[in-house]
Design a binder for this molecule. Structure first.
Ligand code: SAH
Ligand code: DHB
Ligand code: MG
Length: 225
C-alpha cells in the first residue's frame, strides 16, 4: 500500500461533509468498527465516496450490481442501500476472513437478503457467473487487486450490457499512474485500465480525482456503449 500524504484540512473537511451531508447510518458505522476490531485494513471507500456509489446505483436504476473486492462490506452496504428491495448484489472476495466479517456486517445492516458473497479469486467467480448466464449486471464496482483491473473491466463489459455503469476505485493511486515505479505491482494495471477506458470503443469514461482520509486517489466512471 502506498504511503498517504494527507493534508489535515482534507480529512477535517471530509469529516464535516460526512456528518453534515453524507450521514452514514448505524449499519455503516458498525461495519467500520467491526472491520477495525477484526484487524482488517482500513482501505474501504470514504463515506462520501460510498454515498456516491449508492446515489449512482439509484440514478442508474440498477437492479443487479456486481462488486469485485468486498473487504468488510462497507461499499457493499452503501450500494445495497441504493437497490430496490428485490435487487441483487453479487460481491467477490478472495479472503474467507474478510468475507465472514462482511457477511455479519451486511446482515446486521438488514441487507442480507440482497447480497450474495462469493469467496475465491474474482476471475474464477466471474467465470462462474458467466456460466450461470443470469441477467446482465446494470452496475459494476471494481475495487480489488489493481493488477487485474484491465481484466475486471473486460469482465464488467462481458457480464454487463450497453448502458451498464462501471465505477473503478483507486484510479490515481497517489499519482503512481504517472510513475509506475512508485508501485510496480499495482500501478501498471491501473494505467492499462485507464487507457482501456479511453481507447476501447465499447467504453466512455472519466476520472474524478479525490483527496481525504484515503489520501490522494480517484474514482473512475465509465459507461458501456
Ligand atoms: N470495496 C471495499 C474495499 C475492498 S479492499 C470497500 O470499499 O469497502 C480490496 C479487497 O479485495 C480486499 O478485501 C482483498 O482481500 C480483495 N481481493 C484482493 N485480490 C482479490 C482477488 N483476486 N479476488 C477477489 N478479491 C480480492
Ligand atoms: C488499497 C486498496 C484499495 O482498494 C484502496 O482503496 C486503498 C488501498 C491497498 O491495497 O492498499
Ligand atoms: Mg479501493
Amino acid at each position: 500500500m502506498i504511503e498517504h500524504q494527507t493534508t489535515p484540512g482534507w480529512v477535517a473537511v471530509e469529516n464535516f461533509l460526512s456528518e453534515v451531508v453524507v450521514r452514514p447510518d448505524r449499519g455503516l458505522q458498525r461495519a467500520v468498527t467491526a472491520a477495525v476490531d477484526a484487524g482488517l485494513p482500513a482501505i474501504e471507500v470514504a463515506p462520501n465516496a460510498g454515498k456516491l456509489l449508492k446515489l449512482l446505483v439509484q440514478l442508474s436504476g440498477a437492479r443487479r450490481v456486481l462488486e469485485i473486492g468486498t473487504l468488510a462490506g462497507f461499499s457493499t452496504i452503501w450500494m445495497a442501500q441504493g437497490l430496490p428491495d428485490d435487487g441483487r448484489l453479487v460481491t467477490c472476495e478472495y479472503l474467507p476472513k474478510h468475507a465472514a466479517v462482511a457477511r455479519t456486517n451486511i446482515d446486521d445492516a438488514g441487507l442480507g437478503h440482497k447480497v450474495d458473497i462469493r469467496v475465491g479469486a474474482a476471475v474464477d467467480t466471474l467465470d462462474a457467473l458467466e456460466k450461470e448466464s443470469g441477467p446482465p449486471f446494470d452496475f459494476v464496482f471494481i475495487d480489488a487487486d489493481k493488477e487485474n483491473d484491465p481484466q475486471y473491466l473486460e469482465w464488467a463489459i462481458r457480464l454487463g450490457r450497453p448502458g451498464t455503469t462501471i465505477v473503478m476505485d483507486n484510479a490515481v493511486w497517489e499519482g503512481a499512474v504517472l510513475d509506475t515505479s512508485m508501485d510496480p505491482e499495482n500501478a501498471p494495471g491501473i494505467v492499462s485500465a485507464l487507457q482501456m477506458m479511453g481507447e476501447d470503443p465499447r467504453l466512455d469514461g472519466t476520472v474524478i480525482q479525490t483527496v481525504g482520509s484515503k489520501g490522494w486517489d480517484g474514482f473512475a466512471l465509465a459507461l458501456v456503449r
